[in-house]
Design a protein around this ligand. Structure first.
Ligand code: DGY
Length: 425
Protein backbone atom coordinates (compact mmCIF):
# COMPACT_ATOMS: atom_id res chain seq x y z
CA UNK A 1 0.00 0.00 0.00
CA UNK A 2 1.45 3.38 -0.95
CA UNK A 3 -0.21 5.42 1.85
CA UNK A 4 2.65 7.25 3.61
CA UNK A 5 1.01 6.54 6.98
CA UNK A 6 1.60 2.84 6.39
CA UNK A 7 5.25 3.50 5.54
CA UNK A 8 5.61 5.64 8.68
CA UNK A 9 4.00 2.90 10.75
CA UNK A 10 6.32 0.24 9.32
CA UNK A 11 9.29 2.49 10.15
CA UNK A 12 8.17 2.73 13.80
CA UNK A 13 7.77 -1.03 14.09
CA UNK A 14 11.24 -1.55 12.66
CA UNK A 15 12.75 1.14 14.88
CA UNK A 16 11.31 -0.49 18.03
CA UNK A 17 12.19 -4.01 16.92
CA UNK A 18 14.87 -5.62 19.11
CA UNK A 19 15.19 -8.73 16.93
CA UNK A 20 12.89 -11.18 18.74
CA UNK A 21 10.67 -8.71 20.58
CA UNK A 22 9.66 -5.07 20.29
CA UNK A 23 9.74 -2.34 22.89
CA UNK A 24 6.56 -0.23 23.14
CA UNK A 25 8.67 2.92 22.67
CA UNK A 26 12.27 3.95 23.28
CA UNK A 27 13.10 5.35 26.74
CA UNK A 28 9.77 5.14 28.55
CA UNK A 29 9.29 1.38 28.04
CA UNK A 30 12.61 -0.35 27.20
CA UNK A 31 11.50 -4.01 27.61
CA UNK A 32 8.86 -6.40 26.25
CA UNK A 33 5.30 -5.83 27.43
CA UNK A 34 2.75 -8.62 27.15
CA UNK A 35 -0.33 -7.14 25.43
CA UNK A 36 1.79 -4.63 23.55
CA UNK A 37 3.58 -7.54 21.92
CA UNK A 38 0.45 -9.48 21.01
CA UNK A 39 -1.15 -6.45 19.37
CA UNK A 40 2.06 -5.23 17.75
CA UNK A 41 2.48 -8.67 16.15
CA UNK A 42 -0.62 -7.86 14.08
CA UNK A 43 1.27 -4.94 12.53
CA UNK A 44 4.32 -7.07 11.71
CA UNK A 45 1.98 -9.63 10.16
CA UNK A 46 1.38 -7.24 7.25
CA UNK A 47 4.99 -7.19 6.08
CA UNK A 48 6.85 -10.01 7.85
CA UNK A 49 4.69 -12.92 9.01
CA UNK A 50 7.62 -14.80 10.45
CA UNK A 51 8.61 -11.86 12.62
CA UNK A 52 5.01 -11.56 13.84
CA UNK A 53 5.00 -15.16 15.10
CA UNK A 54 8.42 -14.67 16.68
CA UNK A 55 7.02 -11.79 18.76
CA UNK A 56 4.44 -14.14 20.29
CA UNK A 57 6.93 -17.02 20.63
CA UNK A 58 9.27 -14.79 22.62
CA UNK A 59 6.47 -13.77 24.95
CA UNK A 60 5.51 -17.39 25.64
CA UNK A 61 9.12 -18.46 26.06
CA UNK A 62 8.88 -16.61 29.38
CA UNK A 63 5.62 -18.19 30.55
CA UNK A 64 5.80 -19.32 34.17
CA UNK A 65 5.48 -23.02 35.07
CA UNK A 66 2.02 -22.38 36.53
CA UNK A 67 0.82 -20.98 33.16
CA UNK A 68 0.99 -17.25 33.97
CA UNK A 69 2.43 -15.01 31.26
CA UNK A 70 4.12 -12.01 32.87
CA UNK A 71 3.34 -8.45 31.92
CA UNK A 72 6.99 -7.39 31.45
CA UNK A 73 10.02 -9.39 30.34
CA UNK A 74 13.24 -7.62 31.24
CA UNK A 75 15.38 -8.87 28.36
CA UNK A 76 18.10 -6.29 28.98
CA UNK A 77 19.35 -4.19 31.86
CA UNK A 78 18.05 -0.63 31.75
CA UNK A 79 17.80 1.55 34.80
CA UNK A 80 15.66 4.04 32.89
CA UNK A 81 12.54 2.15 34.00
CA UNK A 82 11.00 1.75 37.44
CA UNK A 83 10.11 -0.76 38.86
CA UNK A 84 12.85 -3.00 37.48
CA UNK A 85 13.81 -6.60 38.33
CA UNK A 86 15.26 -5.70 41.73
CA UNK A 87 11.81 -4.59 42.87
CA UNK A 88 9.93 -7.55 41.42
CA UNK A 89 12.42 -10.24 42.56
CA UNK A 90 10.61 -13.05 40.78
CA UNK A 91 13.73 -15.20 40.67
CA UNK A 92 13.66 -15.99 36.94
CA UNK A 93 16.79 -16.48 34.80
CA UNK A 94 15.56 -13.77 32.47
CA UNK A 95 13.81 -11.49 34.96
CA UNK A 96 10.10 -10.83 34.56
CA UNK A 97 7.45 -8.97 36.50
CA UNK A 98 5.15 -11.11 38.66
CA UNK A 99 1.75 -10.02 37.39
CA UNK A 100 0.01 -10.48 34.05
CA UNK A 101 -1.81 -8.36 31.46
CA UNK A 102 -4.93 -8.60 29.24
CA UNK A 103 -4.74 -12.00 27.50
CA UNK A 104 -5.12 -10.84 23.93
CA UNK A 105 -2.67 -13.40 22.44
CA UNK A 106 -5.42 -15.94 21.65
CA UNK A 107 -7.20 -13.37 19.51
CA UNK A 108 -3.92 -12.26 17.89
CA UNK A 109 -2.80 -15.73 16.82
CA UNK A 110 -6.15 -16.53 15.24
CA UNK A 111 -5.98 -13.28 13.29
CA UNK A 112 -2.39 -13.95 12.19
CA UNK A 113 -3.33 -17.44 11.07
CA UNK A 114 -6.46 -16.35 9.19
CA UNK A 115 -4.55 -13.68 7.31
CA UNK A 116 -1.51 -15.80 6.52
CA UNK A 117 -0.46 -16.08 2.91
CA UNK A 118 1.06 -19.54 3.49
CA UNK A 119 -1.39 -21.49 5.69
CA UNK A 120 0.91 -24.49 6.17
CA UNK A 121 3.66 -22.26 7.48
CA UNK A 122 1.25 -20.37 9.73
CA UNK A 123 -0.12 -23.66 11.06
CA UNK A 124 3.43 -24.75 11.90
CA UNK A 125 3.99 -21.53 13.85
CA UNK A 126 0.56 -21.54 15.52
CA UNK A 127 0.38 -25.19 16.59
CA UNK A 128 3.03 -25.07 19.36
CA UNK A 129 1.37 -21.95 20.77
CA UNK A 130 -2.06 -23.53 21.26
CA UNK A 131 -1.24 -25.42 24.45
CA UNK A 132 0.69 -22.46 25.86
CA UNK A 133 -2.10 -19.96 25.36
CA UNK A 134 -4.56 -22.55 26.69
CA UNK A 135 -2.41 -23.01 29.81
CA UNK A 136 -2.48 -19.26 30.40
CA UNK A 137 -6.28 -19.21 30.13
CA UNK A 138 -6.47 -22.18 32.52
CA UNK A 139 -4.22 -20.31 34.92
CA UNK A 140 -6.71 -17.44 34.93
CA UNK A 141 -9.61 -19.72 35.75
CA UNK A 142 -7.67 -21.48 38.51
CA UNK A 143 -5.86 -18.56 40.10
CA UNK A 144 -8.10 -15.57 39.37
CA UNK A 145 -11.48 -17.21 39.67
CA UNK A 146 -10.98 -19.61 42.57
CA UNK A 147 -14.72 -19.58 43.36
CA UNK A 148 -15.59 -20.64 39.80
CA UNK A 149 -17.80 -17.64 39.00
CA UNK A 150 -16.82 -17.63 35.31
CA UNK A 151 -15.16 -14.20 35.60
CA UNK A 152 -11.59 -13.42 36.63
CA UNK A 153 -10.26 -10.66 38.86
CA UNK A 154 -7.17 -8.54 38.41
CA UNK A 155 -5.07 -8.15 41.54
CA UNK A 156 -3.10 -5.09 40.41
CA UNK A 157 -4.24 -2.10 38.29
CA UNK A 158 -1.27 -2.67 35.96
CA UNK A 159 -2.79 -6.02 35.01
CA UNK A 160 -5.74 -4.28 33.37
CA UNK A 161 -3.37 -2.20 31.24
CA UNK A 162 -5.58 0.76 32.31
CA UNK A 163 -3.25 1.63 35.18
CA UNK A 164 -4.83 4.73 36.72
CA UNK A 165 -8.43 4.33 35.57
CA UNK A 166 -11.05 5.88 37.82
CA UNK A 167 -12.35 2.29 38.09
CA UNK A 168 -9.63 1.49 40.62
CA UNK A 169 -9.78 4.65 42.78
CA UNK A 170 -11.76 3.25 45.69
CA UNK A 171 -10.19 -0.17 45.67
CA UNK A 172 -6.69 1.31 45.44
CA UNK A 173 -7.38 3.74 48.29
CA UNK A 174 -7.85 0.72 50.56
CA UNK A 175 -4.38 -0.67 49.80
CA UNK A 176 -2.17 0.03 52.84
CA UNK A 177 0.92 1.99 51.82
CA UNK A 178 2.63 2.47 55.19
CA UNK A 179 6.15 1.09 55.10
CA UNK A 180 6.41 0.96 51.32
CA UNK A 181 10.10 1.17 50.32
CA UNK A 182 10.94 4.70 49.12
CA UNK A 183 11.52 4.85 45.36
CA UNK A 184 12.34 7.18 42.51
CA UNK A 185 10.02 7.09 39.55
CA UNK A 186 11.52 7.11 36.08
CA UNK A 187 8.34 7.44 33.98
CA UNK A 188 8.00 11.11 34.87
CA UNK A 189 11.50 11.74 33.51
CA UNK A 190 10.49 10.45 30.07
CA UNK A 191 6.93 11.77 29.84
CA UNK A 192 5.06 14.83 31.11
CA UNK A 193 4.22 14.12 34.80
CA UNK A 194 0.76 15.66 34.22
CA UNK A 195 0.07 12.86 31.74
CA UNK A 196 1.07 10.08 34.14
CA UNK A 197 -0.40 8.45 37.30
CA UNK A 198 0.03 10.31 40.59
CA UNK A 199 2.62 9.62 43.29
CA UNK A 200 -0.09 8.28 45.64
CA UNK A 201 -1.14 5.79 42.96
CA UNK A 202 2.47 4.69 42.47
CA UNK A 203 2.82 4.11 46.21
CA UNK A 204 -0.18 1.80 46.14
CA UNK A 205 1.12 0.04 42.99
CA UNK A 206 4.44 -0.66 44.70
CA UNK A 207 2.80 -1.64 48.00
CA UNK A 208 0.88 -4.33 46.09
CA UNK A 209 4.07 -5.55 44.40
CA UNK A 210 5.86 -5.75 47.76
CA UNK A 211 2.92 -7.64 49.29
CA UNK A 212 2.92 -10.23 46.49
CA UNK A 213 6.69 -10.52 46.69
CA UNK A 214 6.38 -11.33 50.39
CA UNK A 215 4.13 -14.25 49.36
CA UNK A 216 6.87 -15.54 47.03
CA UNK A 217 4.71 -14.84 43.98
CA UNK A 218 2.71 -17.95 44.83
CA UNK A 219 -0.31 -17.61 42.58
CA UNK A 220 -2.28 -20.16 44.55
CA UNK A 221 -2.34 -17.60 47.39
CA UNK A 222 -2.24 -14.18 45.73
CA UNK A 223 -5.87 -13.79 44.71
CA UNK A 224 -7.30 -14.42 48.16
CA UNK A 225 -4.55 -12.47 49.92
CA UNK A 226 -4.67 -9.41 47.70
CA UNK A 227 -6.27 -6.26 49.13
CA UNK A 228 -7.09 -5.33 45.51
CA UNK A 229 -9.37 -7.65 43.51
CA UNK A 230 -11.50 -6.19 40.77
CA UNK A 231 -13.48 -7.87 37.99
CA UNK A 232 -12.95 -5.68 34.92
CA UNK A 233 -15.41 -6.15 32.02
CA UNK A 234 -12.81 -5.08 29.45
CA UNK A 235 -10.26 -7.57 30.74
CA UNK A 236 -12.81 -10.38 30.91
CA UNK A 237 -14.06 -9.57 27.41
CA UNK A 238 -10.51 -9.98 26.10
CA UNK A 239 -10.20 -13.34 27.86
CA UNK A 240 -13.58 -14.54 26.55
CA UNK A 241 -12.77 -13.42 23.00
CA UNK A 242 -9.32 -15.01 23.13
CA UNK A 243 -10.71 -18.25 24.52
CA UNK A 244 -13.28 -18.49 21.73
CA UNK A 245 -10.70 -17.55 19.08
CA UNK A 246 -8.29 -20.11 20.47
CA UNK A 247 -11.09 -22.70 20.35
CA UNK A 248 -11.63 -21.85 16.67
CA UNK A 249 -7.92 -22.17 15.89
CA UNK A 250 -7.51 -25.39 17.89
CA UNK A 251 -10.43 -26.93 15.97
CA UNK A 252 -8.90 -25.80 12.67
CA UNK A 253 -5.51 -27.30 13.61
CA UNK A 254 -6.92 -30.61 14.86
CA UNK A 255 -6.76 -30.14 18.63
CA UNK A 256 -10.37 -30.87 19.71
CA UNK A 257 -9.59 -31.17 23.43
CA UNK A 258 -8.08 -27.71 23.59
CA UNK A 259 -11.00 -26.42 21.55
CA UNK A 260 -13.58 -27.93 23.91
CA UNK A 261 -11.95 -26.56 27.05
CA UNK A 262 -11.59 -23.07 25.56
CA UNK A 263 -15.23 -23.07 24.49
CA UNK A 264 -16.14 -23.96 28.05
CA UNK A 265 -14.12 -21.01 29.42
CA UNK A 266 -15.74 -18.63 26.95
CA UNK A 267 -19.23 -19.95 27.69
CA UNK A 268 -18.80 -19.67 31.46
CA UNK A 269 -17.51 -16.12 31.08
CA UNK A 270 -20.36 -15.06 28.82
CA UNK A 271 -22.96 -16.63 31.11
CA UNK A 272 -21.62 -14.62 34.06
CA UNK A 273 -20.91 -11.45 32.07
CA UNK A 274 -24.38 -9.98 32.25
CA UNK A 275 -24.02 -9.58 36.01
CA UNK A 276 -21.72 -6.63 35.19
CA UNK A 277 -24.31 -4.84 33.03
CA UNK A 278 -25.81 -1.55 34.22
CA UNK A 279 -29.16 -0.57 32.69
CA UNK A 280 -28.85 2.86 34.26
CA UNK A 281 -25.58 3.61 32.44
CA UNK A 282 -26.05 1.54 29.28
CA UNK A 283 -22.68 -0.11 29.72
CA UNK A 284 -20.86 -2.72 31.76
CA UNK A 285 -19.25 -1.80 35.11
CA UNK A 286 -16.43 -3.26 37.19
CA UNK A 287 -17.16 -5.34 40.26
CA UNK A 288 -15.02 -4.98 43.37
CA UNK A 289 -14.55 -8.43 44.93
CA UNK A 290 -13.22 -7.03 48.21
CA UNK A 291 -16.18 -4.72 48.94
CA UNK A 292 -18.64 -7.00 47.11
CA UNK A 293 -20.08 -4.10 45.14
CA UNK A 294 -20.34 -2.74 41.65
CA UNK A 295 -17.99 0.16 40.79
CA UNK A 296 -19.97 3.19 39.63
CA UNK A 297 -17.37 4.47 37.19
CA UNK A 298 -18.03 5.23 33.53
CA UNK A 299 -14.79 4.03 31.99
CA UNK A 300 -13.99 2.55 28.60
CA UNK A 301 -13.53 -0.86 30.26
CA UNK A 302 -17.32 -1.22 30.19
CA UNK A 303 -17.39 -0.44 26.46
CA UNK A 304 -14.44 -2.61 25.53
CA UNK A 305 -16.75 -5.39 26.75
CA UNK A 306 -18.14 -5.48 23.20
CA UNK A 307 -14.91 -7.20 22.11
CA UNK A 308 -16.56 -10.35 23.54
CA UNK A 309 -19.52 -11.84 21.65
CA UNK A 310 -22.07 -10.16 23.94
CA UNK A 311 -25.80 -10.34 23.09
CA UNK A 312 -26.91 -8.04 20.24
CA UNK A 313 -28.99 -5.86 22.55
CA UNK A 314 -25.91 -5.14 24.66
CA UNK A 315 -23.78 -4.36 21.60
CA UNK A 316 -26.51 -2.01 20.36
CA UNK A 317 -26.61 -0.24 23.72
CA UNK A 318 -22.82 0.14 23.72
CA UNK A 319 -22.91 1.56 20.19
CA UNK A 320 -25.54 4.06 21.37
CA UNK A 321 -23.45 4.99 24.39
CA UNK A 322 -20.38 5.61 22.20
CA UNK A 323 -22.51 7.67 19.81
CA UNK A 324 -23.57 9.74 22.82
CA UNK A 325 -19.93 10.19 23.90
CA UNK A 326 -19.33 11.30 20.32
CA UNK A 327 -21.62 14.26 20.91
CA UNK A 328 -19.46 15.37 23.82
CA UNK A 329 -15.93 14.58 22.68
CA UNK A 330 -14.33 15.30 19.32
CA UNK A 331 -12.43 12.00 19.13
CA UNK A 332 -13.64 8.54 20.06
CA UNK A 333 -13.37 6.67 22.44
CA UNK A 334 -12.38 8.51 25.65
CA UNK A 335 -11.11 6.25 28.42
CA UNK A 336 -13.47 8.00 30.79
CA UNK A 337 -16.75 9.87 30.37
CA UNK A 338 -15.88 13.57 29.82
CA UNK A 339 -18.79 14.68 32.02
CA UNK A 340 -17.62 12.68 35.05
CA UNK A 341 -15.95 14.79 37.75
CA UNK A 342 -12.81 12.62 37.72
CA UNK A 343 -12.27 13.04 33.96
CA UNK A 344 -8.81 14.32 33.00
CA UNK A 345 -8.25 14.43 29.24
CA UNK A 346 -4.48 14.18 29.41
CA UNK A 347 -3.78 11.85 32.32
CA UNK A 348 -3.17 8.35 30.97
CA UNK A 349 -6.35 6.28 31.51
CA UNK A 350 -8.52 8.95 33.15
CA UNK A 351 -9.77 10.42 29.88
CA UNK A 352 -7.30 10.02 27.00
CA UNK A 353 -8.12 7.66 24.18
CA UNK A 354 -5.93 4.77 23.08
CA UNK A 355 -5.85 3.29 19.60
CA UNK A 356 -5.56 -0.31 20.77
CA UNK A 357 -8.81 0.07 22.69
CA UNK A 358 -10.39 1.77 19.68
CA UNK A 359 -9.31 -1.16 17.54
CA UNK A 360 -10.80 -3.81 19.82
CA UNK A 361 -14.05 -1.88 20.32
CA UNK A 362 -14.40 -1.27 16.57
CA UNK A 363 -13.73 -4.93 15.86
CA UNK A 364 -16.38 -6.05 18.36
CA UNK A 365 -18.89 -3.54 17.00
CA UNK A 366 -18.35 -4.77 13.44
CA UNK A 367 -18.87 -8.39 14.49
CA UNK A 368 -22.16 -7.21 16.05
CA UNK A 369 -23.15 -5.33 12.88
CA UNK A 370 -22.67 -1.87 14.39
CA UNK A 371 -20.57 -0.60 11.50
CA UNK A 372 -21.53 3.07 11.62
CA UNK A 373 -20.05 3.59 15.08
CA UNK A 374 -17.04 1.42 14.21
CA UNK A 375 -16.46 3.64 11.15
CA UNK A 376 -16.50 6.76 13.30
CA UNK A 377 -13.96 5.24 15.71
CA UNK A 378 -11.70 4.30 12.82
CA UNK A 379 -11.98 7.73 11.17
CA UNK A 380 -11.16 9.50 14.43
CA UNK A 381 -8.17 7.23 15.01
CA UNK A 382 -6.74 8.00 11.59
CA UNK A 383 -7.23 11.73 11.87
CA UNK A 384 -5.37 11.76 15.20
CA UNK A 385 -2.34 10.27 13.47
CA UNK A 386 -2.52 12.92 10.79
CA UNK A 387 -2.53 15.70 13.39
CA UNK A 388 -0.49 14.30 16.28
CA UNK A 389 1.68 11.44 14.98
CA UNK A 390 1.88 7.94 16.45
CA UNK A 391 1.48 8.83 20.12
CA UNK A 392 0.88 6.61 23.10
CA UNK A 393 -2.55 8.25 23.70
CA UNK A 394 -4.52 11.39 22.84
CA UNK A 395 -6.73 13.99 24.48
CA UNK A 396 -10.25 13.15 23.19
CA UNK A 397 -11.36 16.81 23.12
CA UNK A 398 -8.31 18.61 21.72
CA UNK A 399 -6.59 15.70 19.96
CA UNK A 400 -3.29 16.59 21.68
CA UNK A 401 -0.73 13.79 21.50
CA UNK A 402 0.19 12.62 25.03
CA UNK A 403 2.57 10.22 26.79
CA UNK A 404 5.33 8.57 24.78
CA UNK A 405 5.88 9.11 21.05
CA UNK A 406 6.56 6.77 18.10
CA UNK A 407 4.56 4.05 19.76
CA UNK A 408 4.70 0.50 18.43
CA UNK A 409 1.12 -0.62 19.00
CA UNK A 410 -0.29 2.69 17.79
CA UNK A 411 1.60 2.10 14.53
CA UNK A 412 0.36 -1.50 14.39
CA UNK A 413 -3.26 -0.42 14.83
CA UNK A 414 -2.96 2.15 12.04
CA UNK A 415 -1.69 -0.56 9.69
CA UNK A 416 -4.67 -2.67 10.72
CA UNK A 417 -7.20 0.14 10.17
CA UNK A 418 -5.79 1.18 6.80
CA UNK A 419 -5.53 -2.39 5.55
CA UNK A 420 -9.13 -3.10 6.54
CA UNK A 421 -10.26 0.03 4.73
CA UNK A 422 -8.37 -0.83 1.58
CA UNK A 423 -9.74 -4.39 1.60
CA UNK A 424 -13.23 -2.98 2.09
CA UNK A 425 -12.91 -0.49 -0.78
C1 DGY B 1 3.97 1.48 33.35
O1 DGY B 1 5.11 1.28 33.77
O2 DGY B 1 3.47 2.60 33.22
C2 DGY B 1 3.19 0.33 32.92
O3 DGY B 1 1.93 0.69 32.46
C3 DGY B 1 3.13 -0.76 33.94
O4 DGY B 1 3.15 -1.85 33.16
Amino acid sequence: MSDTRIQDAYAILKENDRGTYTVPTKGLYPFQWNWDSALSALGFGHFDEDRAWTEIDTLFAHQWDDGMVPHIIFHVEDDGYFPGPSVWQTGRDVPTSGITQPPVAGFAIRRLYERAGDKAQAAARARPLLAKVAAWHDWFMRCRDPQGTGLVAITHPWESGRDNSVDWDRALARVPTEGVTPFTRRDTQHANPDHRPTQAQYEAYIALVEGFRALDWDNSRLHDASPFKVVDPGFNAILIRSASDLAWLAEELGEPEIAARQRQIARAGLDAFDSLWSDAHGQYLCFDRVSGSSVDSLSVGGLLAVFAPVPDARARAIAARIADLGERARYMVPSHDPDAPEYDGKRYWRGPLWLIVNYMIADGLRVAGQDAVADRIERDSLSLIDSGGFAEYYDPITGEACGGGRFTWTAAMIIEFLTRQSEDA
